[in-house]
Structures are given as C-alpha cells and as structure tokens.
Design a protein around this ligand. Structure first.
Ligand code: HEM
Length: 81
C-alpha cells in the first residue's frame, strides 16, 4: 500500500457521481467504490458519502461496524490522502 498514490481532498471531491467515479475516504485511505455502488446492501445511500469521508455516515449506520465490511472496502483502495 506504500506504493499507492497520494490524493488531495480536492481531487477526491471531484469523484462523486457514477459518471465521474464514486470515491470515498476512510482513515486516511482513498477508495474508488464505483463498482460497488450497484451491489451495496444499503442501496443508493452510499452516494451520500461520495467525494468525502465515510466516518460520519458509518457512525450513524452501525451495521458497518463489522470486519467483513472493512474487507470489502479494502478491495477498492486506490490511494492515500
Ligand atoms: C448496509 C457496505 C457506505 C448505509 C451495508 C452492508 C455492507 C455495506 C456490506 C451490509 C451489512 C450487513 O447487513 O451485514 C458499505 C460500504 C460503503 C458503505 C463498503 C462505502 C464504501 C454506506 C453509506 C451509507 C450506508 C455512506 C449511508 C449514508 C447503509 C445502510 C445499510 C447498509 C442503511 C443497511 C441496509 C439494510 O440492511 O437494509 N453497507 N456501505 N452505507 N449500508 Fe453501507
């Protein structure tokens, strides 16, 4: 993971639609979850976090507080903040 590129917050905010790609951040990691959006068990709510941080939303939806959810997220890592 040390070889992944570093992105600015500004770059991440450009990716908040299926057209431009759906990127999210979590604990300093950057994730391109575009391919996951159609299969998210919580449906299009995932788009509320598009272009920004997952933490405020996952604090509200504790269903994500499971190891396997982080394993899913890790598959989509594209960089670091
Ligand atoms: C459920 C993953 C973002 C709202 C789930 C589940 C997974 C998941 C695996 C099923 C959990 C279970 O029942 O065991 C993800 C990932 C996300 C993401 C990888 C980001 C990349 C979000 C966001 C929101 C959200 C940003 C809200 C704004 C929900 C809700 C459910 C859910 C409401 C429950 C759906 C139901 O059981 O009816 N998510 N989620 N998720 N997610 Fe997400």
């Amino acid at each position: 993971s040390s070889s992944l590129p570093v992105f600015s917050h500004d770059e991440v905010t450009k990716h908040r639609s299926l057209e431009d790609g759906v990127w999210v951040t979590y604990k300093g990691g950057v994730y391109d979850v575009t391919e996951f959006v159609p299969i998210h068990p919580g449906g299009n709510k995932i788009l509320l976090a598009a272009g920004g941080a997952l933490e405020p939303f996952w604090a509200l939806y504790a269903v994500h507080d499971q190891e396997y959810v982080l394993e899913i997220l890790s598959q989509y890592k594209v960089g670091e903040l």
